[in-house]
Design a protein around this ligand. Structure first.
Ligand code: IMP
Ligand code: MG
Length: 181
């Protein structure tokens, strides 16, 4: 793996694809074990999570469903501030076991704003599986139940994550090279 430039910024290799795939096998095995006989419904949050979702879902061996949603933010009423709603969510979530799939939890704002909307639909349970978290950047009370990797508070791209539209197709993860950028 070598350094790359995307738009105006330099990135250096951070996680090799073998390491990513090995970790995903572990997460899938954990979820398999926790959700036997529960027929979970994975909700993958687009765009960023699509590659993580596909790789993880391939290794789930219990009965499970998956659906893909986009989140859109709109001005909520009164004091609620911005509310995040799901586009493309047609499933009935009542009494279902939901596993949200995210590419990365950064500040936690997106999920924090979306969870009330999800809870309203009365699922049996909600858990969060994320490819990455940046623990130092967290500003909202969000805890992921399944975490691929904890990373430093630096910009990353590849494996579904983009920098201004580019880089999602890289099979490895790259991190901003502050020295070269
Ligand atoms: P949060 O609401 O602050 O947790 O932000 C989550 C979203 O910000 C993710 O789903 C990504 O789309 C984006 N994001 C945060 N950090 C990065 C990064 O390092 N690279 C690419 N996208 C990121
Ligand atoms: Mg995203």
């Amino acid at each position: 793996m070598k350094n790359i430039t995307v738009h105006d910024k330099a990135f250096k290799p951070y996680l090799q694809k073998e390491a990513i795939q090995a970790r995903i096998l572990e997460l899938a095995a954990e979820i398999d074990k926790d959700y036997q006989d529960k027929q979970p419904l994975f909700l993958a949050i687009l765009n960023g999570s699509f590659i993580f979702a596909a790789d993880l879902f391939k290794h789930i061996t219990i009965e499970a469903e998956i659906s893909f949603i986009k989140l859109a933010s709109y001005k909520g009423t009164s004091s609620s501030g911005n509310v995040i709603t799901a586009i493309g969510l047609e499933e009935n979530l009542r009494d279902r076991h939901i596993i949200l799939l995210e590419d990365i939890i950064d500040t936690g704002k997106t999920l924090h704003s979306f969870l009330p909307e999800l809870i309203q639909r009365q699922p049996a349970s909600i858990k969060i599986a994320t490819f990455l978290t940046k623990p130092e950047a967290l500003q909202y009370p969000i805890t992921a139940d399944y975490v691929g990797f904890n990373i430093p508070d630096k910009f990353v791209l590849g494996y579904g994550l983009d920098y201004d539209g580019l880089g999602r197709n890289l099979p490895e993860l790259f991190i901003l090279d502050e020295v070269a950028s």
